[in-house]
Write a protein that binds this ligand. Sequence first.
Ligand SMILES: *Cc1c(COP(=O)(O)O)cnc(C)c1O
Length: 453
Amino acid sequence: MKRQYTHKQLATLDHQVLWHPFTQMKEWVEEDPIIIERGKGSYLIDTQGRRYMDGTSSIWVNIHGHQHPKIDKAIRRQLKHVAHTTMLGLSNPPAIQLAKKLIDLSPPGLSRVFYSDDGSTAVEVALKMAIQYWAQVKPAQPQKRTFIHLSQAYHGDTVGGMSLSGVELFHKPFYAVLFQAHEVPSPHCYRCPLELTYPSCQIDCLSPLEDLLRRNHEEIAGIIIEPMVQAVAGIIPSPSGYLKRIRGLCTKFNVLLIADEVATGFGRTGRMFACEHEDVTPDLMAISKGLTGGYMPLAATLTNEKIYQAFLGDYHEWKTFFHGHSYTGNPLGCAAALANLEIFEEEHVLGKLKKKIKLLSALLKDMKKEALIGDIRQCGFMVGIELVKDTKTKNPFPLTERMGYRVAKECQKRGLLIRPIGNVLVLLPPFSVTTKELKEMVKILQRSIREIH
Ligand SMILES: *Cc1c(COP(=O)(O)O)cnc(C)c1O
């Protein structure tokens, strides 16, 4: 295909007509943008022919690398049949087959799949299901309609997701229109609010949650958590045993456990789903990012038979879940997702990943002594490197110094794309990364931090 626009023309047009997400556009229009034209494996190639390693997996979605022949082929094959049909009153083969696969792979007890388009909508669906469930279950408990979330949580940018997130920087302008929820402290071991250390702390940060549940469980519909690791918070892994204790509290106080596996699902933590690390089955589970291997926007909310049954009744009882999106169960997306899951099996992805996770740990260990590095946090193939002003006092850099951003710019010059979160450098390589590429990524990070120092 002949390229119609030069880089310069595209850059000018971008600056004229686009509004980028999470981007200060005043600054954006002053810089020459990187415009990605192609991708292959772990690499992205821009309109000027420069090659970059994809250190964010294209914002946490790409698992098997770009242009994986099997997913490419699955989408082409589906295109020969149909690109989209509605799930409202109709079904389609890829959506059915994918639902079956997801249930087989997900924690035992989850038996129903409800599709949507992205992580935020998958969370919204879970919240609406939880509220309607309590209104319709026998005996009904319609007063159970508030939620608990952790501090620093992130569950998406829609109103429900924002209401249950703890990222003040992102959501403050909307506080007046968000719904009320309970916030409890997150298990942040590097900056423990209780100044305790694991394991002697016995996960005492769970006490406020337990107290809240004891007092208020009759009005609480559910608790939402990012199992094993709070990702957007800066890759904050929870101590071993935390998730299981949460599950126990939910069962004890009769509140639903909503697992937001949008970031952690599909192998990112080393297991297919993060809940598996502690043998936990949530009542509702939201999945999206890795679902199609980074090819198509698709999400799902999984739940169990008990919740599903509460929505059954005669038509005129109006127990139906009146929720859906135009692209719910999109056949192209489902075909891509099916191919994604086949690759996991056929290419033994999780087995190979285990070795890469170990290698990554070893590489990171060597970095611990570097200046500016306060904490290196890893959960499977997710890494957060927190830069601090003083490694002894853990004194943080003010956000206005933009340390993460400055290091990311240095990485970019050296051919690695990462997207920092405040002072935390975040590395989430595709699982298909070669050991050579992985070593190169860590080396570039290390050199870039030194450069800024
Ligand atoms: C990314 C993310 C979301 C939101 O997903 P989108 O696809 O961006 O809407 C929700 N929860 C978690 C844990 C996420 O990481």
